[in-house]
Design a protein around this ligand. Structure first.
Ligand SMILES: NC(=O)c1ccc[n+]([C@@H]2O[C@H](COP(=O)([O-])OP(=O)(O)OC[C@H]3O[C@@H](n4cnc5c(N)ncnc54)[C@H](OP(=O)(O)O)[C@@H]3O)[C@@H](O)[C@H]2O)c1
Length: 234
């Protein structure tokens, strides 16, 4: 039976490549995009790989997410995979105390509350289909090389959600897998196409994500590194 996946922020970067590789692996894919022109362009580019559709979805518009999710569940009752990929880093140059509350709210809403509300709203459908909730994340332990305050503090609750939901799914025998990946540095718009030793291309990251999603290993409740090992600093 064909499986359907929803990939948020699927119009470019890693999300586009995840969508592409899911299509190559036989999934039908719905890409969530906040902009209709960018979304349609991505659907055009992806359509040579398989059955792909666009759902307009701004993950920062949290009061609308439940309505959009209900529409998705209605149109795609076979939905078995949610990829929480849409994300923003906030200003990565500012010192940790320089952010306004509004700036933090924007980052927290996009990176966590949107993913939380979408996952919560789609959970009954994904549970019915014994599916997977997957999120793109980062290590949230600050170190000398990487300590962007808004970004770290926005992704921290996403990691906690992954671990807590995984634990409670097991406790309550819910047949849903939830896991998250810290891919390491990936050269994309998000970091102004930074390229440094060890950085991956979006193509490589997309392939890696889909390899992990489709390798039949249960990673529920885990935040993992790009090689599938459980991450220490999450
Ligand atoms: N690049 C890295 O080094 C790296 C490392 C670890 C984790 N990640 C995570 O991987 C994910 C993808 O990052 P990327 O590097 O591919 O970044 P990117 O190229 O900037 O792409 C981000 C995607 O998210 C979308 N997006 C942003 N805000 C949105 C909103 N409110 N509603 C819907 N879509 C929204 C963007 O849409 P628009 O085109 O409309 O802006 C775009 O499609 C993010 O969650 C990021 O935190 C990235």
């Amino acid at each position: 039976m064909t499986k359907t996946a929803l990939v948020t922020g699927g119009n470019k970067g890693i999300g586009f490549e995840i969508a592409k590789n899911l299509l190559i692996n036989g999934y039908n894919v719905v890409i969530g995009a906040r902009d209709v022109t960018r979304g349609n362009k991505a659907v055009d580019d992806l359509s040579k790989y398989g059955d792909v559709a666009l759902q307009i979805l701004d993950v920062s518009n949290v009061s609308k997410i439940n309505e959009v999710a209900n529409k998705i569940s209605h149109n795609y009752p076979e939905l078995a995979l949610l990829v929480n990929n849409a994300g923003i880093p906030g200003d990565m140059q500012k010192s940790a105390w320089e952010f306004t509350v509004k700036e933090l709210q924007e980052t927290y809403t996009t990176d966590f509350l949107g993913a939380y509300e979408l996952s919560r709203s789609l959970l009954p459908t994904i549970e019915k289909n014994q599916g997977t909730i997957f999120s793109m994340t980062i290590p949230i332990e600050p170190n000398n090389f990487f300590h962007p305050f808004a970004y770290l503090s926005a992704k921290a609750p996403l990691n906690i959600m992954t671990k807590t939901w995984g634990l409670e799914f097991k406790e309550q025998n819910k047949p849903v897998e939830i896991f998250a990946l810290m891919p390491g540095g990936v050269t994309t718009d998000l970091n102004n196409h930074m390229d440094a030793p060890g950085f991956k291309t979006a193509e490589e990251a997309g392939r890696l994500v889909v390899d992990l999603i489709t390798d039949n290993t249960d990673r529920s409740g885990k935040v993992v590194n790009f090689d599938g090992t459980v991450a220490e600093y999450v």
